[in-house]
Design a protein around this ligand. Structure first.
Ligand code: DQA
Length: 138
């Protein structure tokens, strides 16, 4: 199986950024652990702080991969364009968030991704990504 993890803005700072909310592990460290644990799946990774690059990536992998795990970060709450891209592609998308966005500010309760996602996993820290991988494997 071929999966792609797509991370949006500021997630390149994981480990350094507000560790009380997002934890102290960097995403690359986490990804290494995950790749060693799930050797039978191919896991690609892409991160960008630029909205259009995230859309380009969704188009690129959206017709030939088995699953996409998308944390659009702040664009989740603002981007009609990313929401439309998720709708346009064929590959199922699981929306993930590290934090529980529903116990945070009101503006984080809205998602342009959720209506077109296969499912949503949030609030489990980096484990949210692992649960998404497991759901694609099963
Ligand atoms: C986030 C939640 C978003 O509201 C926030 O803008 C992020 C990270 C999360 O994974 O918890 O950057 O997507």
């Amino acid at each position: 199986k071929k999966l792609t993890i797509i991370n949006g803005p500021n997630l390149n700072l994981l480990g350094k950024r507000e560790p009380n909310i997002y934890g102290s592990l960097s995403f690359t460290e986490f990804l290494e652990e995950i790749k060693q644990k799930y050797t039978h799946v191919e896991i690609d990774y892409f991160q960008s702080n630029i909205e259009g690059e995230l859309i380009d990536k969704l188009h690129e992998v959206g017709f030939n991969h088995d699953g996409i795990i998308l944390n659009a970060a702040a664009y989740t709450h603002t981007s009609v364009g990313i929401g439309d891209a998720v709708k346009a592609i064929e590959t199922p998308v699981i929306e993930v968030h590290i934090s529980n966005t529903f116990n945070r500010e009101e503006f984080r309760h809205q998602s342009y991704i959720s209506p077109n996602a296969r499912g949503v996993i949030l609030g489990f820290g980096l484990q949210s990504y692992e649960l998404a991988i497991q759901s694609f494997i099963n």
